[in-house]
Design a protein around this ligand. Structure first.
Ligand code: GH3
Ligand code: MG
Ligand code: MG
Length: 385
């Protein structure tokens, strides 16, 4: 008795020898004449594997998604049945020209690609896939006839992951598919880890706001933009009043919740072009490209009221906090070419004045070209959140 693998090979061999009309149920007879006449069935057929799912092709957490591109409907159908029975979600298409749009849309884990196709051959398709940022990483296994050695070399040179020869040896085909999916799963895992690392390196985990390092990289860009576009750039630095007491009286968790809620206020109000950051322990900075001193001061007053009225519910008694805010503005025409530290130091000077004159207030001042960062600030510059 033949194994199911062997049956698959035999039916494929019969199909190739005798033509699609005489192929078994895997080759839908209505498709071929329409195809020969140039009338294609619906271009993209997505098939769910939910009912037949086995874990055979499972590499990651979700069933693998495979796009199969071949101009022979019976081959598409056989591959679809086979891959679905192993737990994959399969998308089949008859035309090379549909491959790139489909891959962009469905983000498959693997593409099985026929080389010989009438509209757009497999080489052109691989080229398109590798040139596109969103599809470049998807492994491609291309399918060639057994005697097309040049095609294999060319396909691999163009960036294909692997090749299989027609008629397929099913065991070999599945092994190659599994190897490609394994590489893709590792690649996805690496990508995700890198993304998380980057997030950790650039933002503050408590509030989700960009951290000080990210802010300091960005502030250079904004100064340069302000200079080129000759528009003002305002900086608003604020610090929670008596925050140490909040921690001491209500606990560190309550303090953390205050920081989180302030983070939400900032993210909810900032414009797309603004930049907000958790600059230090309980200190935040808001950069306002295009805002003159008056507008930045008004925003500071709004922030002062909003935070003052905010109820932080972490204990039996809702907490209330206040902040002190320092504002300063860089005007390119008036101030010329100055280092970014002067803008930050100038806003910080305003903040210090707000603290010294009673806290819970906004102090806005013209840029002081001779401002220097307080010792705390300068030292904190080396800390990472
Ligand atoms: P001032 O009004 O002069 O700003 O006084 P303050 O108490 O706010 O300032 P101080 O610098 O004395 O204390 C800041 C406190 O902020 C001390 C530190 O433990 C706390 N802090 C810094 N980062 C965090 C954090 O991530 N979570 C919590 N809960 N507290 C933090
Ligand atoms: Mg072909
Ligand atoms: Mg404080």
């Amino acid at each position: 008795m033949l194994s199911s693998e062997a049956c698959f090979d035999v039916s494929l061999r019969n199909y190739i020898r005798s033509g699609p009309r005489r192929a078994g149920p895997a080759a839908p007879p209505h498709v071929w004449p329409a195809f020969q006449a140039g009338i294609f069935p619906p271009m993209v057929i997505a098939h769910s594997s939910a009912s037949t799912a086995t874990a055979d092709l499972m590499m990651g957490r979700r069933p693998p998604r495979v796009v199969v591109v071949d101009d022979e409907p019976s081959i598409l159908e056989m591959l679809r049945l086979r891959l679905e029975s192993m737990g994959a979600t399969v998308f089949t298409i008859l035309r090379g020209s549909e491959a790139l749009p489909l891959a962009r849309q469905e983000e498959p884990d693997l593409i099985l690609l026929d080389i010989m196709m009438p509209d757009l051959d497999g080489f052109s398709v691989i080229r398109q896939l590798k040139e596109d940022e969103t599809t470049r990483q998807i492994p491609v296994i291309f399918m060639t006839a057994r005697d097309e050695i040049d095609s294999r070399v060319q396909g691999l040179d163009l960036g294909a992951h692997d090749y299989v020869t027609k008629p397929f040896n099913t065991v070999e085909l599945i092994a190659r598919i599994r190897a490609a999916l394994r590489v893709k799963a590792l690649q996805d895992e690496l990508y995700e880890k890198n993304r998380l690392l980057e997030q950790l390196a650039t933002s503050d985990p408590l509030t989700g706001l960009p951290n000080r390092r990210t802010f300091e990289e960005q502030v250079y860009v904004e100064m340069e933009r302000a200079r080129r576009g000759n528009h003002p750039l305002s900086c608003l630095i604020f610090d929670i009043d008596n925050f140490k007491d909040i921690n001491d009286v209500h606990g560190h968790q309550a303090g953390d919740e205050v920081l989180r809620q302030i983070g939400r206020v900032l993210l909810g109000r900032k414009r797309r072009t603004d930049m907000v950051s958790r600059y230090g322990g309980e200190e935040f900075v808001w950069l306002l490209p295009g805002a003159p001193l008056g507008a930045a001061t008004e925003l500071g007053e709004w922030l002062l009221r909003t935070i003052r009225e905010m109820e932080i519910v972490t204990t039996l008694v809702p907490l209330r906090v206040s902040v002190s805010i320092g504002v300063s503005t860089y005007e390119p025409e008036t101030h010329g070419d100055i280092p970014t530290s002067v803008l930050l130091a100038s806003a910080d000077e305003s903040l210090r004045e707000a603290k010294e004159t009673g806290k819970d207030r906004v102090v806005a001042k013209e840029l002081n070209l001779f401002a220097e960062l307080s010792t705390d600030q300068a030292e904190a510059g080396t800390d990472e959140l």
